[in-house]
Design a protein around this ligand. Structure first.
Ligand SMILES: NC(=O)c1ccc[n+]([C@@H]2O[C@H](COP(=O)([O-])OP(=O)(O)OC[C@H]3O[C@@H](n4cnc5c(N)ncnc54)[C@H](O)[C@@H]3O)[C@@H](O)[C@H]2O)c1
Ligand SMILES: [Zn+2]
Length: 269
């Protein structure tokens, strides 16, 4: 197409298109500008913001990629009207995540407006998408390359990734695995004395309102733990978790012992 360094790319689609386009924009002739026009809820609230771009490799998810920011992100709520409901609900899991890690008002708004949100009420959608993007942008501005603070965005993802891996990425959509992972992480937070039991219960109830799964599939707890050790996000032989102290308040814990993790998995199973 005779592109040159002045060419620009436009990513029109979900997170897969956004990640691939971003990666190509980052590497083609050492980088050309690109614009994100995300069309799934997940890509609107998560993958189009923050500058992580990557493609998968047989040896691992997101193995090859770059931190590369788009020049612009354009979100058109109307695109959500053709999105399959299952995909929409999966995106809501990440919105719930933002409430848990940073904004108790967002969480309460989700609890109070679940029905309207599922009916794609445009005022509700605008509010939750705008709030989610603002939270993500704020976290990324503080720590673009994930030296520490950005890790809070991984709430629910330690368990979630293990579930995705153990079901060969075919059992669940990413957001569905994260929903299960958030519930497990919240129960682990209660199990290790960081919060009361109403916190995991509230998270579980909200995810159920959105029709998301909250119980792990039939997998051995030892397999889940092994898989978490192999996750590229774990450092050496420690299991790091993002644990919740209260809705809107989070803690990064570097060395969670296996005993409470097993207890939570076995209770759920
Ligand atoms: N870069 C990041 O920070 C980041 C964060 C989270 C996830 N991701 C990545 O994002 C990807 C998942 O993104 P996703 O959930 O958007 O999935 P996706 O891109 O696979 O889209 C889901 C499905 O919806 C279809 N679709 C997209 N927009 C539609 C619309 N408006 N109407 C009807 N159908 C539509 C797509 O064709 C696809 O079949 C994963 O590859 C994940 O690794 C990246
Ligand atoms: Zn995610």
């Amino acid at each position: 197409m005779n592109c040159d360094r002045k060419s620009a790319l436009v990513a029109l689609g979900g997170g897969v298109v956004g990640d691939l386009t971003g990666f190509i924009a980052a590497t083609y002739q050492r980088g050309i500008p690109f614009v994100q026009i995300p069309t799934t809820l997940l890509s609107q609230v998560d993958s189009s913001v923050g500058g992580k771009t990557a493609v998968n490799h047989p040896r691992g998810k997101n193995m090859i990629g770059a931190f590369y920011q788009p020049k612009l992100v354009v979100i058109d709520l109307d695109t959500l009207h053709t999105l399959p409901q299952k995909e929409f609900r999966a995106g809501l899991a990440e919105v719930v995540k933002y409430g848990v890690i940073a904004d108790k008002n967002l969480f309460a708004f989700l609890e109070g407006n679940a029905k309207a949100i599922l009916l794609l009420d445009s005022h509700c959608l605008e509010h939750i998408i705008e709030t989610s993007c603002a939270i993500k942008a704020d976290v990324v501005e503080k720590d673009e390359r994930e030296s520490r603070h950005r890790m809070i965005l991984n709430f629910g993802h330690t368990f979630g990734h293990a579930i995705e891996t153990l079901t060969n990425y075919t059992g669940y959509l990413h957001g569905e695995a994260v929903a299960i992972g958030m519930v497990q992480a919240a129960w682990l937070s209660a199990e290790t004395g960081r919060c009361s039991e109403d916190v995991p219960q509230r998270i579980e109830d909200l995810l159920k309102k959105f029709g998301l799964p909250t119980q792990p599939p039939d997998v051995k707890s030892q397999d889940v733990i092994e898989s978490m050790y192999h996750d590229k996000k774990t450092e050496r032989d420690q299991l790091r978790f993002i644990l919740v102290k209260d809705i809107g308040s989070i803690e990064i814990v570097d060395d969670v012992p296996e005993t409470p993790i097993k207890a939570v998995l076995e209770k759920a199973g």
